[in-house]
Design a protein around this ligand. Structure first.
Ligand code: ADP
Ligand code: MG
Length: 227
């Protein structure tokens, strides 16, 4: 489903050239839960944003759901992203002016779903995440964990092929972070493919596979033994 070949990203940081990703090779199959583990600055966000078509690599190839993405134009990239990828962000990324219901509904509006269908999908997600009672609340009325549950709701509402969660517990206490980890695990059990970045080895252990990043390159890849 995801095949990255020699992905490299070079940026200019002031007057200094920095290699943020260096020859990264990754293969992720449908249904997997893969954790990207690395300290701050190791390139996790750059990597997951590249896989998620938010950023472009400097060189290398990325095959995503059967497309070599450098061959796609902007419109095709954004269609693939909107229909196929759900994002969960460290800072939640909710729209302050929209209530919980509307935040979760928004991706369906972009995809031009009709009102009836939007309603039934949003209600199902609210109920699954046990946040139906929050439907009329605005982000500034929510606790951090509640915000992230809404962020997850928005990510899954389109039934994407892939969920990308970039340090989804970064702004949460460990107890709240645990809850988010449990929700992601149960989404994976339902069949969602998940790529999650974290700086916590304990959190990374939730994945079936841990890819460890350091200074922009993969240092270890460990496949867990399910015995
Ligand atoms: P992580 O998510 O693991 O903290 P990032 O992918 O955000 O790592 O960043 C990796 C490194 O690349 C950091 O040192 C960051 O400052 C640098 N970096 C990333 N993007 C840019 C950019 N557009 N311009 C300059 N430096 C960048
Ligand atoms: Mg980051």
């Amino acid at each position: 489903m995801i095949h990255a070949r020699n992905l490299t990203k070079v940026v200019w940081d002031g007057s200094i050239e920095t290699t943020v990703l260096q020859n990264v090779n990754i293969d992720i199959e449908q249904g997997e839960y893969v954790a990207i583990l690395g300290p701050s600055g190791s390139g996790k966000s750059t990597l997951v944003n590249t896989i998620g078509l938010i950023e472009k690599p400097t060189s290398g190839e990325l095959f995503l759901m059967g497309h070599e993405v450098s061959r796609l134009n902007e419109r095709q990239r954004s269609n693939l992203r909107r229909g196929g990828i759900g994002f969960v962000f460290q800072n939640f990324g909710l729209i302050d002016e929209l209530n919980v219901y509307e935040n979760i509904e928004l991706p369906l509006r972009y995809l031009q779903y009709g009102k009836k269908e939007r309603q039934s999908k949003v209600n199902a997600v609210l109920s699954k995440l046990q946040i139906t009672h929050l439907r009329h609340f605005f982000p500034n009325q929510l606790a951090a964990l509640q915000k992230q549950l809404v962020g997850i709701g928005r990510a899954v509402i389109t039934q994407p092929d892939l969920i990308i969660a970039d340090e989804p517990t970064g702004n949460l206490t460990s107890a709240c972070g645990n809850k988010v980890m449990e929700v992601l695990s149960s989404l994976n059990e339902e069949g969602f493919t998940i790529v999650m970045s974290t700086h916590s080895a304990m959190e990374a252990d939730r994945g079936q596979r841990v890819i460890q990043l350091f200074d922009g390159h993969i240092i270890t890849e460990n496949i867990k033994n399910h015995l």
